[in-house]
Design a protein. Structure first.
Lengths: 167, 141
């Protein structure tokens, strides 16, 4: 007979079920509760959706800025490598090499605003001495993301003129 | 609905991050390759070493191009535009070009890597197009 319910409730050896307070009756019955849940879901969506979209666009903007920085660094690095291949003691030729290399590379990067003329190199182009090139460019974030301002970047690279370069 | 929107945005962000990674590696690979190409050919010191660019470029590029076919376009020939390349293929081409009166050696990595992230990535249609030029280094034979 153990486990059977007696007239006064469960058997004393059985654990008691927790008492759940009775739900207050809503005015519209069950339909009102569902409407309330739906409204809560809408409010949660309205709050979280803009945050998630802003986060997503933020990821994209940061990615674009990093891409611009890498592009500019690469362009300046290659321009400097080109500059030191000029004949020894020929700074004008080295500058022309750097400008051509930088301009050609930068023109293929859609998000970098630079005409290719911003690069400048300093050095004597004497064999064994360093040449230093630097450039500035703008990452065009505003054209893609509207309210995000453009980002001004600069990059510098240096290389040594090979000792065996002849004039 | 919130869960679906969250998943879409999360996969979109992951897809964007992966594209960013692949593009930066493509740029690094092209940068390495173009410098090899701009150096003189061992057999012909007055000619650039265009063929030598492919090995270092593919070695750097392939590990991040998941399930993607990296094709070497014959030297001197140009790549197709990314839109004309079918998904899952990336082309590497090395050629010479004129710019501002200078002869430059150019390496281009162009194409559309395979999608490894489900859902959104198939509609985002990411493509890679990196073009780097450097002045050739030649020596008198």
């Amino acid at each position: 007979m153990s486990g059977e319910l007696g007239p006064s409730g469960p058997h004393p050896a059985l654990p008691r079920e927790p008492r759940v307070p009775a739900k207050p009756a809503s005015r519209g019955g069950d339909g009102g509760g569902k409407r309330g849940q739906r409204g809560q879901a809408l409010i949660e969506t309205a709050i979280t959706l803009p945050i998630m979209i802003a986060l997503f666009l933020g990821f994209l903007a940061v990615g674009l800025a990093v891409q611009g920085a890498v592009d500019l660094n690469t362009a300046v690095y290659l321009a400097t490598a080109s500059a030191v291949t000029a004949p020894a003691n020929a700074p004008a030729t080295g500058q022309a090499y750097a400008r051509a290399t930088y301009g050609y590379t930068v023109q293929h990067f859609n998000f970098l605003a630079d005409t290719g003329q911003s690069i400048s190199c300093t050095g004597s182009w004497t064999p064994g001495t360093p040449v230093r090139c630097s450039a500035q460019a703008k990452v065009l974030l505003s054209s893609t993301f509207g309210i995000v301002p453009d980002l001004q970047l600069s990059a510098t690279a240096s290389a040594t003129v090979p000792a065996y370069r002849s004039e | 609905m919130v869960v679906w929107v969250f998943l879409l945005l999360m996969f979109g962000a992951l897809s964007a991050a992966l594209h960013s990674l692949q593009r930066e590696v493509a740029e690094t690979a092209a940068s390495i390759g173009v410098q090899v190409a701009a150096s003189a050919d061992p057999q012909h010191p007055d000619q650039p070493n265009l063929q030598g660019a492919y090995g270092p470029t593919v070695a750097v590029l392939q590990p991040v191009m998941f399930d993607t076919n990296v094709q070497q376009v014959p030297r001197g020939k140009r790549c197709h535009d990314p839109g004309a390349i079918s998904p899952g293929n990336v082309e590497v081409c090395v050629y010479q070009d004129q710019f501002q009166g200078q002869t430059l050696v150019v390496e281009r990595v162009s194409g559309r890597p395979a999608y490894i992230i489900p859902f959104l990535a198939q509609w985002l249609n990411w493509s890679i197009d990196v073009t780097l030029g450097v002045r050739e280094v030649t020596y008198q034979p």
